[in-house]
Ligand binder design. Structure first.
Ligand code: GLY
Ligand code: MN
Ligand code: MN
Length: 470
């Protein structure tokens, strides 16, 4: 008799039950698996990675399930570098690039294949297929991913068996595979840097996914405007739920915790409690993004007057942020230093804050000292893709000190935030937070605003609300 789980209601499994469970199942082989549309793009990404590390073995795990409590797990999120290099989202997988003598690599993928029905593994235990759903066979994975696939249950032994090959692994995702290889932490970090840098420029397939993410996000924002009166009767949670429904229906989920910040909550950069009231006369800052089934996310913000029109002070703040965003977007073009769009927006806001008398001029001095940061708080944008803050491990020289290239996707998101307890600004300014965030792709001759389907200027926003607000 096998041992039952703690506090399970059954003592164990009788031989008779075990053999009953193994019999009587229809053939569930899937025939007709097709290669993933993304497969050739993933192969090109692997070739670029291979060129960076001749003669070295590279191990890129997808990661394991994380227990939430007992037999409950968090939703699985594969490691971004693994997704990018394979197009796969399976747990317990790993991509291996095995070095060849000619300097290239042979790629293969470890996968956790289907559970056998010759024993009890398919039905006992909360990660078994009968509990969590069918997985792919190795043969199916090979067709889908365009990669040779092996059973991951042999991976640790395989990797430990071959010594003398310089190896790097991305740490922090699969302790068993890390234990099987002998690697150096700094060199492993270089692998992670490379994986981040290889995502800086999106390929054509990725740009298509970014468009899907943004288009769904635009629909999600329109849904939220249509539900405003219900949010007023309820709370910020109504907005969160409204956007989440769109995200789950059209994509995988939201790409990050939605920020549904009404009134003074708009001054809290990462407000995700979303449990406050939605009051007419105040602003609603909505920062949300749909993540596609392929895990690419949008990241868009609009700040809306809940009653449909901005008050004079709200409009003053809004228009300043809008102009700062215009200045920032104008600086997004190929060949421009990455820092340019940030500086263009921040300088504009600094000048505005000096003019309003909230910080001391002259503007150059205030900007050099960073005084505007009391009210602007964050940088003006970031790379976007599989991660909301994509490419975050890239070397500084390649990212913030780098130069924009066609195919890069980034946000431009200036904001002004006047804290409710800030005694340095007049009372009617306190508790106002405005951010406008769009997702731009750098093109050959400038940029395209992928989220241009949403109104941006104060008058466009008001007209939009007059048309759609429910
Ligand atoms: N939603 C996070 C950000 O805008 O960066
Ligand atoms: Mn955002
Ligand atoms: Mn952002």
């Amino acid at each position: 008799m096998a041992k039952g789980r703690k506090n399970g209601l059954y003592e164990g499994v009788s031989e008779e039950l075990s053999s009953l469970m193994r019999t009587g199942w229809a053939d569930s082989e899937r025939r007709g698996t097709e290669p993933a549309e993304q497969a050739p793009y993933a192969a090109a990404r692997r070739a670029a990675l291979s060129a960076r590390f001749p003669g070295e073995r590279l191990v890129i795990p997808s990661g394991n399930l994380k227990t939430r409590s007992n037999d409950d797990t968090y939703p699985f999120r594969p490691y971004t570098g693994y997704v990018h290099m394979t197009g796969d989202q399976a747990r317990d997988g790993a991509l291996v690039l095995e070095p060849r003598a000619d300097g290239g690599h042979d790629a293969y993928c470890y996968q956790l294949p289907r559970d056998s029905r010759e024993n009890d593994e398919f039905w006992i235990g909360y990660t078994a297929e009968l509990w969590m759903g069918r997985r792919r066979t190795l043969a199916e994975s090979e067709i889908l991913l365009g990669l040779p696939c092996r059973d991951v249950r042999g991976a640790a032994a395989d990797l430990a068996a071959v010594t003398g090959v310089p190896t790097r692994i991305v740490r922090g995702h699969d302790p068993a595979l890390e234990a099987a290889v002998s690697t150096d932490e700094d060199r492993d970090d270089e692998l992670e840097e490379a994986l981040s840098e290889l995502r800086l420029v999106k390929d054509a397939w990725e740009l298509g996914e970014m468009r899907k993410a943004v288009d769904s996000t635009v629909r999600g924002f329109t849904d939220c405007v249509g539900e405003l009166s219900r949010a007023v009767a309820s709370s910020e949670r109504w907005i969160e739920g409204t956007f989440f429904r769109r995200a789950r229906l059209e994509g995988n989920a939201v790409g990050y915790g939605s920020i549904c910040a009404a009134g003074e909550h708009a001054t809290i950069m990462h407000w995700t409690d979303n449990d406050g009231p939605v009051r007419p006369g105040e602003l609603l800052l909505l920062d949300a993004g749909v993540e596609t089934h392929s895990l690419y996310t949008a990241d868009v913000t609009r700040t809306l007057p809940i009653s449909g029109t901005f008050t004079p002070v709200q409009r003053q703040v809004y228009d300043a942020v809008y102009e700062a965003q215009e200045a920032g977007m104008a600086a997004v073009k190929p060949g421009a230093p990455y820092r340019d769009f940030h500086e263009a927006s921040q300088r504009h806001l600094t000048a505005q804050l000096v003019e309003w008398g909230f910080i001391e001029g002259p503007v150059d001095r205030a900007y050099a000292l960073g005084l505007q940061r009391r009210f602007t708080m964050a940088g003006t944008g970031h790379m976007l893709g599989l991660d909301v803050h994509d490419c975050a491990q890239a070397r500084t020289a390649e990212y913030v000190d780098g130069v924009l290239e066609p195919g890069m996707v980034l946000t431009v998101e200036p904001g002004l935030y006047f804290q409710p307890d800030d005694l340095t600004v007049p009372e009617e300014w306190r508790g106002i937070g405005v951010r406008i965030e769009d997702d731009l792709v750098v093109t050959e001759d400038g940029h395209e605003n992928l989220s241009a389907g949403l109104p941006r200027s104060s008058s466009e926003v008001e007209a939009w609300m007059a048309e759609f607000a429910g």
